[in-house]
Write a protein that binds this ligand. Sequence first.
Ligand code: ISJ
Length: 381
Amino acid sequence: MSFPTKQQLYAQFAQADDAVYFASADKQQVYFGFGVEAALNSGDASVVKAWLREQKQPVFGGLPFDKQVTTTSIMAGYFVAPAVVYEVNQAKTWGQPMASWPTITHANQAAIASQHDDTTWVERIEHAITTMQTDVTKQKVVLGRQRQLQLTTTVNEAQLLQDLNTQQPNSYHFVLKHAGELFVSATPERLVQVKAAAFSTAGVAGTIRRSADEVEDQQLADELFNDAKNRLEHAYVVNTIKERLADLVTLNVPTKPTIMKNPQVQHLYTPINGQLTAAVNILDLVTRLHPTPALGGKPLAWAMATIKQLELAPRGLFAAPIGVVLPNGDGEFVVGIRAMLINHQTAHLFAGAGILADSDATQEFAETGLKMLPMMNLLKG
Ligand SMILES: C=C(O[C@@H]1C=C(C(=O)O)C=C[C@H]1O)C(=O)O
């Protein structure tokens, strides 16, 4: 049987009870997995690490942001070795190939029936800003908010995958379906990639909006590049990555960030590459790095406590390490932002922003609104 088309893979994803899709930002790696060969519900990195060693197929999943979710939801941490995995670019298959593919049907996307926002976010963020202004040891905290949407019908997942590809072509794509839940992320942020002894991560922090006007868009990029607050919040991320990996990796770190452009926002971006000096498992690197100050803060313990105290609901896989591990130990984890969780006809959207002593809470609120647009646009039937 010939290798399936993308449309067939999308249709099969929609039909399957258990399915996963992962694509790298450059789309050089595109995986679809269907069914379950083995699965693990755990948010414990050491349990996951031991389990990964036993798997003979590519494994997909995520460790939660922290240990706050204690149910069997995928948001508490979930990994799956699918019964069959297709890698699209190399036309490679692991496991027992599908005997047949569903016929492709076209149906409208679900629409948004109503939405519920977090109305006290700005107030709570101001509280954190005051703390940082009065205590200079508290430098940065990334605070998230959630939006609940009621949908008119269940989501057309084949259409969602197609739209993800046309609307967010330059981001990573991670979509995980299990037990009636669907987690979707169109993230720009790599946490760690391992390829033999080569290692890559990135600092992605500091944000400004896009403009449809090319000249203004460049002015915005220049403003971001020259803005002291954004450069400082970016430097916290890059410096922390360097410190946390010092004994494991020889690193190549550019001295200045560049600009990364996504359809809704642009970021300060520093790609960081190196060679692994010690024999380490990708999970060890994930636990070393997560959460960087791009998603947690500085100092870390205070930031984690503040996130727990000021956010209204646990993050689960939002802002968490999600990705793929191959049987040879190579793999890639990205950070689960620009994300949502869909459960039947309810969608939970997530977005956060780095808060410093001189942040403007209202401006940060607007930034989180822009960061929700990739997921909002997928749901606009
Ligand atoms: C927390 C998010 O994004 C993070 C925060 C950023 C910022 O505050 O500038 C930029 C990129 C991400 O590291 C998100 O998108 O939800």
